[in-house]
Design a binder for this molecule. Structure first.
Ligand code: 13P
Length: 278
């Protein structure tokens, strides 16, 4: 089992019609929660970190831990770098050993997104690393100045030419989800997803997986999503567990939080249909 590439894991998901969860980690406890959940359900899983999380755990600390945990796992685990915006950081990520990376050009103009995505893909492919790119904008994340990204739907008419021009291996689509806690009930545009799916072959990625209903997950996976990104629901589960035990000492708190994150992960993996697919 052990360390797989995201490409291998998502190829199987696409072939057999299930979704694979992607979960961000900033420490060993999160990594352990995710992998133990995946092992308990005999499910493949993708773990990683993102540029915005580096102040909590720099690559040099978290990546060797994730790679080693993946190698020891009893199920297929891929180690991926989520939302990254800067060229130098992406090059550092390639050296650090990620099996795949996401260049997020959704804050740039369409032309700039294509140009930079293509440049990153060319270099990453030369190093055997797959690249996820975003067309449209999922929204909800904030830039360095604190401005929140607006949601911009992916235009199905642009998907095929975007992939042709960039060579991206995975496509993050914007169909109504937003990162973080939803301010209003999410309304997903499944026909838009189906149109995108009909024009391209690469695995499609759904960001902003926290706060969606079971039906949302089932409909998006049936509509062609292969990878589902989740973060907020996991850290909220840890927050609730700690709030229920305000007197817990640090070491007990670590265990309570890890167990809560594992339970949150188990719930998602079951909904995504990846249980038993390892
Ligand atoms: P949530 O935090 O909304 O689950 O989004 C996670 C995500 O899409 C990471 O890329």
């Amino acid at each position: 089992m052990a360390l797989y590439s995201m490409k291998e894991i998502l190829a199987d998901a696409q072939k057999r019609g299930y979704g694979v969860g992607y979960f961000n980690a900033v420490n060993l406890e999160m990594v352990r929660a995710y992998i133990e959940a995946a092992e308990e359900l005999d499910s493949p899983i993708i773990i990683g970190t993102a540029e915005a999380l580096l102040p909590i755990a720099p690559f040099d600390w978290i990546v060797p831990a994730m790679l080693e945990a993946a190698r020891r796992a009893k199920v297929p685990v891929a180690v991926h770098l989520d939302h990254t915006y800067h060229f130098d950081l992406l090059m550092q990520a390639l050296r650090a050993g990620f099996g795949s990376v996401m260049y997020d050009g959704s804050r740039e103009t369409h032309a700039h997104n294509i140009e930079t995505s293509a440049e990153i893909v060319r270099i990453a492919h030369a190093m055997g690393v797959g690249v996820e790119c975003e067309l449209g904008s999922v929204g909800g994340l904030s830039d360095e100045a604190g401005h929140e990204d607006k949601m911009v739907y992916t235009d199905p008419a642009e998907a095929a030419s975007f992939l042709e021009s960039t060579g991206a291996d995975f496509l993050a689509v914007s169909i109504g989800t937003v990162h973080g806690v939803y301010k209003a009930e999410p309304r997903l545009d499944i026909p838009r997803l189906q149109k995108i799916r009909a024009t391209v072959d690469v695995p499609l990625v759904l960001h902003g997986g926290s706060g969606l209903s079971d039906a949302d997950f089932q409909n998006t996976i049936a509509g062609g999503i292969a990878k589902v990104n989740v973060y907020t629901d996991v850290i909220l589960a840890a927050k609730r567990a700690l709030a229920e035990h305000p007197d817990a000492v640090y070491t007990d708190g670590v265990c309570l939080a890890r167990e809560a994150m594992k339970q949150a992960t188990l719930k998602k993996l079951r909904i995504f249909g990846s249980a038993g697919k390892a």
